[in-house]
Design a protein around this ligand. Sequence first.
Ligand code: PLP
Length: 377
Amino acid sequence: MILESQRHLFNIPDDVAYFNTSYLSPQLHSVRAAGEAALQQVATPWTVTPGDFFTRSEQVRGLFGGLIGAPPDGIAIVPAVSYANAIAANNLEVAPGQTILVLDEQFPSNVYPWWDKACRSNADLIVVPRPADHDWTSTILEHIDERLAIAALPNCHWTDGGLVDLVAVGKMVREAGAALVVDASQSLGALPLDVGDVQPDFLCTVGYKWMLGPYSYSYLYVGPGHRGGEPIEQGWITRKGSEDFTRLVDYETELEAGATRFDVGERSNFILTPMAEAALTQIGDWGMENIAATIARSTAEIERRMISLGLEPIPAGRRGPHMTGVYFPNGVPVDLGDRLRAAGVYASIRGDSLRLAPHLFTTEADLDRLSEVVAAG
Ligand SMILES: Cc1ncc(COP(=O)(O)O)c(C=O)c1O
């Protein structure tokens, strides 16, 4: 289903043409209202009950899990992708001589942990080169062999939306006896994904881009085989019986069952949790299929306009429906970023690509403004 413009639900002035959801989501009014109400609550700590340390986090786990076909106890609440990948790296085995696969120019939070893991394990970090035809999936499949221990991949490349078919890759990774770790930060929320189809060992996303939530509130899905694993910190709330605040000094060695054990300390964050809940509720109400289909109209129109200006957006079949990277035959003009900003057009330049990430708030007027600035260069 194609959704009507949802711009009225976001805090975006008319003179801002925002094509930067890949950077930071604009704020939904509902997310802001939830944050303001939460600030009021923490101003009166006598109204915060021990139950509040648990119930809302459980709600969030359920809502996030519902989006990706996972049970609530498969979800951990973490502050960042770097934290999520530290958990993944800590819980996966790599033998000397094995390989870990990442993509060329992959986001650093999904490279450094693997670089470190490879060094510590006497293993090799293999960087899949950027394919000239943007066909990441085939190129990744060519790099999977019996040496593979971990494929640490995105769903969409953060620089230009280049798409990885995670179902096909996941199947071949499993056949090779290796693990799949996914950073879905540049797709989840605007591109449907079902963990039953992909079967990742670990899958994470930030909450502040396509998930439309607050910064420092991210999600980690943990595959069934890893839910009894080792967390990277020794917290109290992740232990059995932590609901009883009177008995916390009866120190407990046993961790909560399920992915909850991987939660970051203070995961009950009384301000961010209701904001995340509001964002997840809105995404669930729209439906990720509908979000994808609707944003795809904007990216298709961007593609049409950019081609007519002689530029080279990555072909629709090779990218996510929700974002695109535009390449310039002679490189991105040096003054383009300044000219866009001066015209109230917000987008990012990542490597050689002008990255355009619209959303349900994108209007025809936004597209006109973008085209005018790009054409003037
Ligand atoms: C693909 C991807 N992963 C992760 C992040 C953020 O990582 P972290 O949560 O470690 O700051 C970004 C930010 O741009 C990103 O594009």
